[in-house]
Design a protein. Structure first.
Length: 290
């Protein structure tokens, strides 16, 4: 088994720690051992992002994504780059100015990794407007950054209750469930998010794929990972290519493994684990040429 060091950008909602995850060695011996469809071990590319929002800042592949208007929840890691029509709900339009101001302050502090101050502002926003789903989800994102995952699950669940149509609430719950390795719940929440917003919901498809991978539902995992790649026009989740590489690795499909590793390097050449991916690709190409 070979090890990629986790992206220093870290998880959507984890602390900025050096976390390790493993992929198959893609050697004939290790691949043969996995052809039964077993998907033990950590999911490739998990965790994904900097816990502090990177919207408007360089992401994994070094390009600046488009900035989303603040009232669409641009601090949320799950905010759509081009927000769908249902992104601004009735509940969002009812947010009082003071609550929105606290949200904006919390967002700014989170960007600057001032976590305690950000939490205080977000809690104030929710106090001023208890139905503020965006603030609840951002608070959940922040709590999990601080390793308070159960609290994070609670506030994201609260967000889904106060605004049942708020897609980021379910993506947050899918992510938190993944952090807790409850893959059935990850699958359930991601599926619900996709039912609410099926168009270019690449986060939803990625969470579905990760959960299905761990549940040994490899055909579904492949389908959803490919859809995530197709929908992710700004390459916000290059880790989907690593997931696909591992899926193809279970089939001893070395050419497709190599294709996905090349794709990852094309969109994330400056990522923390790019040197390890390049080395693995070089070794793999040597195997293929023999």
């Amino acid at each position: 088994m070979w090890i990629f060091r986790a992206l220093r950008q870290t998880s959507l909602i984890r602390t900025a720690l050096a976390i390790y995850f493993s992929l198959f060695a893609f050697s004939p011996q290790s691949l043969h051992a996995q052809q039964d469809g077993s998907s033990s071990g950590a999911a490739p590319g998990w965790p994904m992002h900097n816990s502090a929002p990177s919207h408007g800042l360089p992401d994994a592949m070094g390009a600046a994504p488009l900035k989303t208007p603040e009232n669409n929840g641009s601090c949320l890691l799950w905010a759509a780059v081009l927000a769908p029509p249902n992104a601004v709900s009735t509940a969002t339009l009812q947010i009082p100015g003071k609550a929105r101001g606290e949200y904006d302050k919390g967002c700014g502090d989170l960007r600057n990794r001032k976590f305690e101050s950000a939490e205080n502002h977000l809690r104030k926003a929710v106090e001023l407007y208890p139905r503020y789903a965006g603030a609840l989800v951002l608070l959940g994102q922040l709590l999990a950054v601080r390793s308070r995952v159960e609290e994070a699950r609670g506030v994201c669940s609260q967000a889904s209750t106060v605004d049942p149509d708020f897609v980021p609430a379910y993506l947050c719950l899918a992510d938190v469930s993944g952090q807790l390795r409850n893959w059935n719940q990850t699958l359930e929440f991601a599926d619900h998010a996709l039912k609410l917003d099926p168009v270019q919901n690449f986060y939803g498809h990625f969470y579905m794929a990760v959960a299905q991978f761990h549940l040994s539902q490899l055909p579904g995992a492949e389908k959803n990972a490919l859809q995530a790649v197709d929908d992710d026009h700004l390459h916000r989740l290059p880790q989907a290519h690593l997931l696909l590489a591992q899926i193809y690795g279970t089939r001893h499909d070395l050419k497709n493994v190599a294709t996905q590793l090349r794709a990852y390097l094309q969109v994330a050449p400056n990522s923390q684990d790019a040197p390890d991916v390049r080395k693995r690709l070089e070794d793999l190409e040597g195997q293929i040429s023999r």
